[in-house]
Each structure stands twice: as structure tokens, then as C-alpha cells.
Ligand binder design. Structure first.
Ligand code: PLP
Length: 401
């Protein structure tokens, strides 16, 4: 007999993951070139050559040093990760964003997912509330439920998909512990404007004063470097002191299977030392113990590298222009690698099913708390985007667009 909690999780199991499996089966049946799989954010661009070079060098160096080398590379270390790695990341962030971190502000994590879970374990008690802006990365539901807290959803402006801040102010209660912000956003590709971030900070500060609570802004930043059209990479600690950053190298260095990221807690955050210590302990007690060792050391050597943003930009252009011309209504992405498309019919699941008949795989908006839309992950090859357009033309025809 399995637990009631996991039974519940199984009922709402990820539509994206299910589609990933279906996509693979379809590729085997019809040939990969005949399936237009836009379901999963699994980057098609290779990791920068420097990453594999760093891994090879680290392995060679360890071999040369014998048993001591092996222990230094593959052994346990502090639960927060190697100090030298954290110091290098701190220095890199300080240079790029004018922060003043040192190694002790950082905890290396098992991707953004591991990072968010150790943050929530540290700050949430049962019955607490975490606010998120719709549409949102669906896994947040599980991460918050893991600690018996409740996810409270704030609606977007339906024109721009920027958050509705009046709704935010109305939904903060004395039980609110955190607001999750994810910009550039999965699934819309929208970037929250600096004035939006400043207004969010004002609202959080006002509510902290009103309720006498600490409200943490949890900035989930796997897409930080994926920005287009001259948009600047942003770092949210500058807007609001109680910001906890969760970062991942999954997308910026195309390493999602390696499970590597970090949490950064600025000295200005309330109860900073307790927070850092709590996050470190949570990393251990949730069973991660520490982030994977070899890849920690490898990414520390590649902090100035990034994935081929121009590659995604080309896909963005082809897909946005292609679909818009066909009569679909899309939000123009400013960052990340997702296109958010309005379903031509109210029930987007029937639209997704029609797409599947043409071997186009899209994820229904209800997976992101926002029915009536679908998400296309365009982190695929140029050929997939190009070859999908005739299939989208047929799909447009089905709806008389
Ligand atoms: N947060 C968002 C918004 C994401 O899109 C993803 C992955 O797609 C994650 C977190 C999880 O990232 P990771 O693979 O680093 O755990």
C-alpha cells in the first residue's frame, strides 16, 4: 500500500513527462524527423565544448594524483558543496550583477528542483502559503505540497502575461511565507519589467510591515541568461532584500541530466545565517547530501560560458512568425525557449489532441495553471521547427484560421 500523499501526486502526474514518453514512442513508430515534439524543455544545443574539456581535465588530474586525487574528485564534501566552487560562483555573480556574495552565501544544489525543495523545506511549516504567478512551472505544486503547504495562484494580465499585482496584494495573508518569481518565464517566455519587480518589492515590504512577517521572494532562475532582443540579464536581489535565488545550469549550459545548480542567499535577507544553515541541513536530510561532485567542479571552470542563445533565437523567430502568419495568437517570447499560444478553442486539451493527430506535441496550459493556452518548447533542432510548419498549417485549417 503506498502513501495517500503519493497517491495524490500520481493522480496529477506531469502531463509533460507523459508526453515525453509518448513522443519517444511516436518517434520510433514514424521516424524522429516526422514527429514535432515541442513537449519538454530538454535543450537541443550541445553543452559548450569547455564543459566536456573541463570534465576530461578533472578526470586526468585525478588519475595522475592516484587515491588522493580520486577522493578529492569523487568524495563527500561539505553539504553546501566545495568552498572553492562556491567562492568562484560568488565572485562571478559579484562581477556581473554588483552583488557582494562570498562562498558562505551559496549552497550547491541538485538542479533548480533540488534548490527549490531545500528552500521550501527550510521556510515552510504545514498550512503555510506560497504564492505563484500563473501560468507557472507545474512542478511547483508538488514542491510546495512536499512540505504540506498550499500554493496560492495569482492571475496574469491576459494581454501581456505580466502578473496582476492588485491580485498579488489581495492574496498575501499572515500565512504567506514566499512568492515564487520565474523570469524569464516558463511557459510564456515573458520577462518581468524592472518596474514590475520594483512594484512587487513594494507590495512585499508593505505586507511584511502590516503582518509583522518575513516574506521571501524565491527567484527561480534557470533561464536567466536566455534573453533576446537586447534584453538584459537581471538579478532580483537588487529589488528586494528578502530574495533567495535558485539557479540551475540545466538550460544555460545544456546540462539538465547532470543535476547541478545553486541557491544564493544575500546577507541582507532576514535571519540570513539560520536560512543558510537550514538550507544546508535540508540538502542533507532530504537525501541529496551534496550536489554531484564532478559537475560542481566542471561548471566552476565554465562560469563565463553559455549556451548558443542565437540558436534558440532563430527557432523563436521561425516559430513565432510562422504560427502568427497562420493565424494563431501567440505571446512574443522575450526570453527562455517557450512559445505560449492561445488555443483556438476553449478546451485546449482538444486542440492538443488535434495536434497529436498531425504528430505535433504541445503541452496543455492547464499543466501550468492556465487553461485555454498551450506551450511549445522550441529547444529543438531548426529542422524540427521548419518541418513542423506545414503540419501547423493543417492544424490551422482544422480550425478555419
Ligand atoms: N524551474 C523552472 C521554471 C523550470 O522550467 C525547470 C525545468 O524545466 C526547473 C525549475 C527545474 O530545473 P532543473 O532541471 O535544474 O531542476
Amino acid at each position: 500500500m503506498i502513501s495517500k500523499r503519493i497517491q495524490k501526486a500520481m493522480e496529477g502526474n506531469s502531463a509533460i513527462r507523459a508526453m515525453f514518453v509518448e513522443g519517444k514512442a511516436m518517434a520510433e513508430q514514424y521516424g524522429a524527423e516526422n514527429v514535432y515534439d515541442f513537449s519538454l524543455g530538454n535543450p537541443a544545443t550541445p553543452a559548450p565544448a569547455a564543459v566536456n574539456d573541463a570534465i576530461r581535465e578533472l578526470l586526468d588530474k585525478a588519475d595522475e594524483a592516484g587515491a588522493a586525487g580520486s577522493l578529492a574528485l569523487h568524495g563527500y564534501m561539505e553539504n553546501s558543496g566545495y568552498e572553492a566552487v562556491r567562492a568562484k560562483i560568488a565572485e562571478n555573480l559579484n562581477q556581473r550583477f554588483g552583488t557582494s556574495f562570498d562562498a558562505h552565501n551559496l549552497i550547491m544544489t541538485v538542479g533548480a528542483a533540488g534548490g527549490l525543495n531545500i528552500i521550501f523545506k527550510t521556510i515552510l511549516d504545514p498550512g503555510d502559503e506560497v504564492i505563484v504567478f500563473a501560468p507557472f512551472f507545474g512542478e511547483y505544486r508538488q514542491y510546495v505540497a512536499n512540505f504540506d503547504a498550499n500554493l496560492i495562484v495569482v492571475q496574469p494580465d491576459p494581454e501581456t502575461f505580466q502578473p496582476d499585482l492588485t491580485d498579488l496584494a489581495a492574496k498575501i495573508t499572515p500565512r504567506t511565507r514566499a512568492l515564487i518569481v520565474n523570469t524569464p518565464n516558463n511557459p510564456t517566455g515573458v520577462i518581468y519589467r524592472p518596474e514590475t519587480m520594483r512594484r512587487i518589492a513594494e507590495i512585499l515590504e508593505e505586507k511584511q510591515r502590516e503582518y509583522g512577517t518575513d516574506l521571501y521572494l524565491v527567484s527561480d532562475e534557470p533561464y536567466r541568461e536566455l534573453v533576446y532582443d537586447g534584453n538584459q540579464e537581471d538579478f532580483l536581489t537588487k529589488y528586494y532584500a528578502n530574495t533567495i535565488v535558485g539557479y540551475s545550469f540545466s538550460k544555460s549550459l545544456s546540462l539538465p541530466g547532470e543535476r547541478i545548480g545553486y541557491v544564493a542567499v544575500p546577507d541582507e535577507a532576514a535571519d540570513v545565517e539560520d536560512l543558510i544553515r537550514g538550507i544546508e541541513i535540508s540538502n542533507r536530510t532530504l537525501g541529496f547530501v551534496n550536489a554531484p561532485s564532478l559537475i560542481q567542479k566542471a561548471v566552476a571552470r565554465c562560469l563565463d560560458e553559455k549556451t548558443d542563445v542565437a540558436f534558440y533565437d532563430e527557432n523563436r523567430r521561425m516559430l513565432y512568425e510562422g504560427l502568427t502568419k497562420l493565424g494563431f495568437s501567440c505571446i512574443r517570447p522575450e526570453g527562455a525557449f517557450y512559445l505560449w499560444v492561445k488555443s483556438p478553442v476553449e478546451d485546449e486539451k482538444t486542440f492538443v489532441a488535434e495536434g497529436k493527430k498531425l504528430r505535433i506535441l504541445m503541452v496543455p496550459g492547464s499543466s501550468f495553471g492556465c487553461p485555454g493556452y498551450v506551450r511549445l518548447a522550441y529547444c529543438v533542432s531548426h529542422e524540427t521547427v521548419k518541418n513542423s510548419l506545414p503540419a501547423f498549417a493543417k492544424l490551422a485549417g482544422v480550425y478555419g484560421l
